[in-house]
Design a protein around this ligand. Structure first.
Ligand code: EPU
Length: 441
């Protein structure tokens, strides 16, 4: 069966794009809904493959979850009656390990499959498991079954300090702490805005969670009940993708609704290379081509740094910039799957080794001195790209590959559209509406 985009490059892209709800906020809100009593209504939930996969997974646990109108999801956990997460569907979606929190509260024990490695790296959950143990949860990995078995014999309590921050790790520990024995403190917690959305969602339901920079303090409550529907924040990664398209394709695109602070580092980087950015209001940002952009090096780090999710998009801008640039990836160990694909279109990109003083500290993944890593690339711009046949193997790389097709001369075939659709809602429709020529086959 075909699962591809056919893209004819070179069309001008101009107009407005309404951003969808954020994947990385929706998935956690759906899981956190399982902590609530009664019905929970989530608005602005993107209908994307990852959300559909998670809905399927929670339905297998007995939860009712249904879109009653476009993007409005109703969740009812009254019949949550399974404490073992399905292996096949659980392994399809990484956040499935976050189901530890609601299942432990509901059943006192549960079994959750090892989320395992994925296309962007090994992605272990060692820090997260340590966090669970510090709060009093017993967790054991059973290698014969591929499942973690967890028991909560008493209400969670205590403190946890993340040696290196973890976005979903912070979120899981927050969820695990809402009905704790007494006040729980998470230190060196991750700072991503999606985490604050989760806190807001839980607090609106009665939780008592407070953030003081990288310290999160959770005071116990007895139950969560939703008082009004919760609306999912816009996807800032989608905003970055359309910003990158505007600059790389020499176009002019307004994205909304979005608060520019959530992507401020990307905006600052664009300004530094001479790209057009106009913060029109609290909700609207215009990205436009002014003149040939300059090259600029970036290295990724968790929020508020230059996000790892943005570097693949940055790479395509750099293929069109004057001069050479370096991208140094510090968060995941395998986030350059787009390099081979862009080379097929004529991009001049090579892997480079950059000296790092203390790689164990410098990288956010668990660095292993015996492994060989490709953590940096050098891009020589500007390069005229031509059409080709490419393959998407991870979500954010997918956006880069699609943009490459849209700016290249001629026609491209991009295989793996469904991977892109794990995180981008109505991508074909949105790109077509601003002038891009793309269809899904
Ligand atoms: N890590 C460990 N052990 C742990 C936890 C993390 O080694 O116990 C490593 C990870 O493998 C990674 C680094 O630490 O190398 C940072 O990982 P983190 O836990 O912060 O990332 P994540 O929670 O797995 C989320 C997003 C990612 C986003 C990062 C950074 C979701 C579902 N995923 O991942 O989004 O890139 O935070 O903000 O929220 C995407 O949307 O395409 C995506 C990958």
């Amino acid at each position: 069966m075909e699962d591809a985009y056919i893209i004819k490059g070179g069309n001008p892209v101009r107009g407005s794009v309404k951003l969808s709800g954020a994947k990385n906020a929706s998935l956690k809100a759906i899981i956190a809904s399982l902590l609530f009593e009664g019905e929970v209504v989530l608005e602005n939930v993107p209908v994307i493959n990852d959300v559909k996969e998670l809905i399927h997974l929670v339905k297998l646990l007995g939860v009712k979850a249904e879109f009653k109108s476009e993007n409005t999801l109703h969740i009812d956990t009254t019949n949550l009656n399974q404490n073992k997460v399905d292996l096949l569907h659980g392994s399809n979606i990484r956040v499935s390990f976050m189901l530890f929190a609601p299942l432990l509260y509901k059943f006192g024990q549960c079994e959750v499959p090892n989320p395992g490695g994925c296309r962007i790296g090994a992605r272990p959950i060692d820090r997260i498991v340590s966090g669970m143990k510090s709060l009093g949860v017993e967790v054991e990995y059973i290698s014969e079954t591929g499942y973690y078995s967890a028991k909560m014999k008493r209400k969670p309590s205590g403190k946890f300090f993340f040696e290196k921050p973890s976005h979903t790790g912070t979120e899981l520990l927050i969820m695990l702490s809402v009905f704790g024995k007494d006040q729980i403190i998470i230190e060196n917690a991750a700072l991503e805005p999606e985490i604050d959305e989760l806190i807001k969602f839980l607090n609106e339901g009665g939780a008592k969670i407070q953030r003081q920079n990288s310290k999160i303090i959770i005071s116990p409550v007895n139950k969560l009940v939703q008082k009004k529907p919760f609306s999912i924040i816009s996807d800032r990664n989608e905003a970055v993708t359309f910003a990158s398209l505007a600059i790389a394709a020499e176009g002019d695109i307004i994205v909304s609704p979005i608060n520019h602070q959530s992507i401020i580092n990307f905006i600052n980087a664009l300004k530094q290379i001479g790209a057009g950015v106009n913060i029109m209001s609290d909700t609207h940002i215009r990205f436009y081509y002014k003149s040939k952009v300059k090259s600029m090096n970036v290295s990724t780090s968790p929020h508020p740094g230059f996000m790892t999710d943005w570097q693949p998009n940055w790479a395509i801008i750099m293929t069109q910039a004057n001069g050479s640039s370096i991208i140094h990836e510090r968060v995941f160990e395998n986030r350059f799957s787009y390099v081979e694909e862009l080379r097929k279109l004529g991009a001049d990109i090579e892997y480079v080794k950059l000296p790092v003083k203390d790689p164990f500290k410098y990288f956010y993944f668990n660095y292993d001195s015996l492994k060989k890593y490709n953590q940096a690339i050098k891009i020589i711009g500007p390069q005229k790209l031509h059409g080709g046949v490419m393959k998407i193997s991870d979500l954010r790389a997918g956006a880069t590959i699609a943009i490459a097709g849209l700016i290249a001369e001629g026609t491209s075939v991009v295989n793996g559209a469904s991977i892109m659709e794990r995180g981008y809602e109505n991508f074909v429709k949105k790109v077509s509406a601003i002038g891009g020529e793309i269809k899904k086959v």
